[in-house]
Design a protein around this ligand. Structure first.
Ligand code: NAI
Length: 285
């Protein structure tokens, strides 16, 4: 019987890493986050503090300081030696992840530790192959914003042991209180495989002048009971993120439905990335 997971390592304290650190610490785990340098570690900690302070102000947690005390943000990967579960959330770059997992394999001493990636599109099996313990490597894919969205996709590679999947599920559902779904190691997993072609179809409709952005979104909100329309959702996700998800799925499946429309590429080139840049299919300025 494996020990219950309580010592978590996270690599990368950006948008996703900070969110994952937050939910793990809120659930009572001891969390060490590794960033690439002091400046980014400082920025990562500030991101975490801001989110926890906001959660306290809104009455979602009682004591932000107590949660923060369970999180260390450091720059030395060797600090992860005693971790039972490490979740990598660095840039979406296969070589960077492969190099990192090879290093992680050297530093993590617990023979039962699970080494997980939050990647949205890189084959888990390629990352697993960089380690001496591919049976303990898998995808654990959270959704943005991590403290709000309850879903986690668990992605075993062809090399992942069943026991690894079950132990990760126990942590994600039992400790974090999230809901897990399991899917194969293929670009897009379940959610993006369904969502991205839907968003791209809406972009094509708009691009072709078939209907206005407002009417396309209103159609899906009022006609299909979606909480928001596909173009508003694309703006929220970030058009650059939508584009890279589409590109990785197109590379995997060569399906015309996954091919990014020219307008999406042009908007990303123009810096119209949606809410985060102030302009996308809608104006947020
Ligand atoms: P981000 O750019 O906000 O954060 C990445 C962080 O990793 C940065 O702070 C960077 O300094 C750090 N980093 C880079 N290389 C490092 C290294 N070698 N060691 C330590 N830290 C390092 O990126 P984001 O959006 O948080 O994405 C992270 C991962 O999560 C990617 O694989 C992405 O595909 C995946 N993901 C992203 C989602 C999103 O909505 N943004 C949703 C689900 C998964």
């Amino acid at each position: 019987m494996s020990e219950t997971i309580s010592r978590i390592g996270i690599i990368g304290c950006g948008l996703m890493g900070a969110g994952i650190a937050e939910v793990c610490a809120k659930a009572g785990s001891d969390v060490i986050v590794v960033e690439s340098d002091d400046e980014r570690a400082k920025a990562g900690r500030a991101r975490l503090e801001k989110s926890l302070t906001r959660a306290q102000e809104r009455g979602k947690i009682d004591d932000a300081a107590a949660v923060l005390e369970r999180v260390q943000v450091v720059t030395e990967i060797a600090s992860l030696a005693d971790r039972q579960l490490v979740i990598e959330a660095i840039v979406e770059d296969e070589q960077a992840k492969v190099d990192l997992f090879a290093r992680l394999d050297e530093v993590v001493t617990d023979p039962e530790a699970i080494l997980a990636s939050n990647t949205s599109s890189i084959p888990i099996v390629n990352i697993a192959g960089a380690t001496s313990r591919p049976q303990q490597v898998m995808g654990v894919h959270f959704f943005n914003p991590v403290p709000v969205l309850r879903l986690v996709e668990l992605v075993p590679a062809l090399t992942t042991a069943d026991a690894t999947l079950e132990r990760a599920r126990e942590y994600v559902e039992g400790t974090l209180g999230k809901e897990a779904i399991v899917c194969q190691d293929r670009a897009g997993f379940v959610v993006n495989s369904l969502l991205i072609p839907f968003i791209l179809s809406a972009v094509r409709m708009y691009e072709g002048g078939f209907a206005t952005a407002e009417d396309i979104d209103k159609g899906m909100v009022l006609g299909a009971a979606h909480p928001q329309g596909p173009l508003a959702l694309a703006d929220l996700i970030g058009l650059d993120t939508c584009l890279s998800a589409a590109e990785s799925m197109y590379a995997e499946y060569k399906e015309p439905l996954h091919a990014p429309p020219a307008l999406l590429r042009r908007m990303v080139s123009a810096g119209h990335l949606g809410r985060k840049s102030g302009k996308g299919f809608y104006d947020y300025s």
